[in-house]
Design a protein around this ligand. Structure first.
Ligand code: SF4
Ligand code: SF4
Length: 107
């Protein structure tokens, strides 16, 4: 799947309040079964801000998250679902605008 196709799926289907997000990020099984998705309607970078912390903190920098047009974009096939991006976003914003979802649930 191409980057844009994956991103578009995320934009079309993501509604954090209705999805089952992985709350535990230290589970090996969970980490392998999740993919991070960005709520592009709320993320600072996608709405004109300059935050890039999920990108900076991702252990798979430039593999699982890349920067395109100054915005973070998750590369689904490379994301391992570790949840670090979700945690840092939540710490900064008081709410995560990038979350890890179980594979197979709108992914
Ligand atoms: S950390 Fe959150 S607000 Fe910042 S760029 Fe990533 S998703 Fe957007
Ligand atoms: S879940 Fe982990 S590997 Fe995937 S984008 Fe977030 S920090 Fe990177």
């Amino acid at each position: 799947m191409k980057r844009r196709e994956f991103l578009n799926i995320g934009v079309q289907h993501i509604n954090f309040s209705q999805q089952e997000s992985l709350k535990t990020t230290d589970s090996e099984e969970g980490a392998k079964s999740g993919i991070a998705m960005i709520d592009t309607g709320s993320c600072s970078a996608w709405t004109g801000g300059d935050c890039r912390m999920c990108y900076i903190k991702c252990p798979l920098l430039d593999k699982a998250i890349v920067i395109e047009d100054f915005k973070p974009v998750v590369i689904g096939e490379n994301c391992n679902g570790c949840g670090i991006c979700e945690n840092i976003c939540s710490m900064i914003n008081g709410k995560a605008f990038i979350k890890v979802f179980l594979k197979g649930i709108n992914t």
